[in-house]
Design a protein around this ligand. Structure first.
Ligand SMILES: C[S@@+](CC[C@H](N)C(=O)[O-])C[C@H]1O[C@@H](n2cnc3c(N)ncnc32)[C@H](O)[C@@H]1O
Length: 396
């Protein structure tokens, strides 16, 4: 931590400063983010050098006298990263209150910004010593140029997938967030925003759904619903969602994006409220698994069949036994991609079985058309999406 705010200085007499600066630049040891320091009353200047420069200095024959000293040199303003700005102002707070410098390790390097609200990660500012810092949130607010501060916590680990964020400064968590031209209005303390799913959102935005009716079984605040409406130009989207806060947000965002007329919201458990026999495409965006609603998804499809977009988390180390049962060959060790393909095959088989069971008069083909990793969810656990095309045989 100390190297963030203390620097080594290469000190030479003022008349040698310019020559020395050129030489140290050639040796690539000058620190471009720090300013040259003057020493009042001394004919000497300190040139900031990179922390690991000692070996280069020792290997070079300098034709003038110099001295290395450990002293602070101010950052050049254009080089101050938001993190360094935050660290600097919190260092001042910590010094003022005589708190242990070690708590500065809990200053976050990253955060999410939604308009004037900054969402800090859950592992920031953990020490109880921070409570003694009277100006803490004022300092964070000034350094990050925001009006409201909230702290994020892991999304609730159940099928509601609710946000657990708490407000630290400011009254309300309501935000109006713009991502890729779509406005999302929601409360960060009540609903999750799946910023990590952006690759899937971009993939969907290039699909033409202008002739399609889409059912989004796990609509949330409309992350995919709005993409289908705004970019894929879906004829109609049926959005199912059982969290009333998410439903309220979705309602507002549909109006803000001027697509309210092409969306029907079904508030409640999709297994009860989803419409049957209407869909050309069904989106199943629930992790770790959307399996609870696979039968519902099959019932949503039109009799001529359609497309299933199925999300799920897959563990490539602790391989589920039913994935091994669809493996194309038995091996001692499976690569990560082998496991992904086994998962896709298991999902394909399952949909085929469900369709054959609920529509026994037709025989069905189910083809996996696309398989993609959306993000790493945890070590060895990947969030995947598979696209299945399901058709009764007489409809080819
Ligand atoms: C993980 S969020 C994902 C939302 C959206 N697909 C996204 O990526 O942002 C899943 C949403 O499904 C909703 N949900 C889960 N099970 C449901 C069910 N059986 N019926 C309706 N909604 C459900 C949760 O409330 C949550 O808002």
């Amino acid at each position: 931590m100390a190297s963030q705010y203390s620097q080594n200085l290469f000190c030479v007499s003022s008349c040698n400063t310019q020559t020395c600066r050129i030489l140290l630049t050639k040796l690539d040891i000058i620190n471009p983010c720090r300013r040259i320091v003057k020493f009042p009353g001394k004919d000497m200047k300190g040139i900031p050098i990179k922390p690991d420069s000692l070996a280069t200095i020792n290997a070079h024959q300098f034709e003038f006298e110099f001295e290395l000293i450990d002293s602070e040199s101010p950052l050049k303003s254009k080089c101050i990263s938001p993190y360094n700005k935050l660290l600097q102002s919190l260092t001042d707070c910590v010094n003022k209150e005589h708190l242990p410098l070690s708590i500065l390790q809990e200053v976050p390097h990253k955060w999410e910004r939604y308009g004037d609200l900054v969402l800090l990660p859950h592992n920031s500012f953990l020490s109880s010593d921070w409570c003694k810092c009277v100006d803490l949130w004022k300092a964070v607010k000034t350094a990050l140029h925001c009006d409201r501060i909230a702290k994020n916590f892991p999304i609730s680990n159940n099928e509601y997938r609710k946000s657990q964020a708490v407000m630290l400064l400011g009254q309300t968590g309501l935000v109006r967030h713009l991502e890729n031209g779509i406005v999302y209005c929601y409360d960060v303390t009540k609903c999750m925003f799946s910023s990590g799913n952006v690759t899937e959102k971009l993939r969907l935005s290039h699909i033409d759904c202008s002739n399609e009716v889409v059912v989004d079984l796990f609509a949330g605040i409309g992350y995919f619903t709005l993409t289908y409406l705004v970019y894929s130009k879906a004829k109609l989207v049926h959005a199912c969602e059982w969290n009333s806060d998410a439903v309220k947000s979705l309602e507002i965002s549909l109006m803000e994006n001027r697509v309210r007329d092409r969306c029907v919201i079904h508030a409640g458990d999709n297994r009860i409220v989803a419409p049957s026999g209407v869909a050309d495409r069904v989106n199943l965006g629930l992790i770790p698994s959307s399996e609870c609603s696979w039968e519902t998804a099959c019932k949503c499809l039109k009799p001529k069949g359609g497309t299933m977009v199925v999300h799920g988390n897959v563990n490539s180390i602790l391989i589920e036994p039913r994935l091994l049962s669809v493996a194309s060959c038995i091996k001692d060790k499976y690569s990560v991609k082998d496991v992904w393909c086994m998962w896709s095959e298991m999902v394909r088989h399952s949909f085929h079985d469900i369709l054959s069971r609920i529509y026994p008069l037709s025989s069905w083909t189910v083809e996996a058309k696309h398989l993609e990793k959306i993000k790493s969810y945890a070590p060895h656990i990947d969030h995947l999406v598979v696209v299945l095309v399901c058709k009764p045989v007489d409809c080819h």
